[in-house]
Ligand binder design. Structure first.
Ligand code: PEP
Length: 249
């Protein structure tokens, strides 16, 4: 099985290079010497290149929080090639906060294809807006998972990471129970098995994201079936982030 991943999405929480370096300094001091999980940090674009180059060869890998599927006349967008050139390995795609600003499954699919072409590892976020008693949200989720991976072929499927992030849990005080996460991760694997090789689907990394912190993580590691976590708030709290990595030692 691939190593679990703990991915920190710094969003716009960090607003200067000085702040970023302070956070990394605190993180380096708190990180365990050895851990079973990989640590990926996704700072805002203007910090990505400097941090990814300066911290090369450390226990951290770096990623972007989004990128565009084309280069050219696209004011304000950043291409996958530029993310790659910044020495990033990963790119988060389809985060709920990008989807809320207009990223559809089709756009996420194009971005995922472009990320793979640029030899980046896409972390493709999917998750229902809300749950209903009748379970209609499951059809919504299945459709979103498959549509977001529309341009992923059987070989490149092995390279992607999926993050299950129920929108209702992002920013919430507490994550859902390990059982709720486990059942949904299994559901996502079943959806993926409609399109991809079963053995590859079983090996695919599916992270969970939404309100994970140091208090909740131990139970989620042992019982949720998630292959790691995508963190928002906890990613800019050095003790919380390192504590989550330590929970994997
Ligand atoms: C997120 O935005 O992806 C996220 C998981 O946020 P938080 O951890 O703050 O709920």
């Amino acid at each position: 099985m691939a190593k679990p991943l703990v991915v920190g999405n710094w969003k716009s929480y960090v607003n200067s290079l000085k702040e970023a370096k302070q956070l990394l300094h605190a993180l380096e001091k708190s990180m365990p010497r050895e851990a079973r999980a990989g640590a990926v940090l996704c700072p805002p674009f203007p910090l990505l290149d400097t941090l990814a180059r300066n911290y090369r060869g450390t226990c951290f890998s770096f990623g972007a929080q989004d990128a565009f599927y084309e280069s050219g006349a696209h004011t304000g967008e950043v291409s996958m090639a530029l993310v790659k050139d910044a020495k990033a390995k990963y790119v988060i795609l389809g985060h709920a906060e990008r989807r809320a600003r207009g990223d559809t499954d089709m756009i996420v699919a194009k971005k995922t294809g472009a990320a793979l072409d640029a030899r980046l590892t896409p972390i493709v976020c999917v998750g229902e807006l809300a749950r209903d008693k009748e379970g209609h949200y499951l059809a919504e989720l299945e459709q979103s998972v498959l549509a977001s991976l529309e341009y992923v072929g059987p070989q490149s499927f092995k390279k992607i990471v999926i993050a299950y992030e129920p929108v209702w849990a992002i920013g919430a005080p507490l994550p859902p129970s390990a059982r709720v996460i486990r059942e949904t991760v299994i559901f996502i694997r079943k959806a993926l098995a409609q399109r991809f090789d079963r053995a590859d689907v079983l090996k695919a990394r599916i992270l969970y994201g939404g309100a994970v912190n140091g208090d909740s993580v131990a139970g989620l590691i042992s019982e949720s079936c998630a292959d790691g976590f995508l963190l928002g708030r906890a990613s800019v709290d050095a003790e919380a982030f390192a504590g989550i990595i330590r929970a994997y030692t």
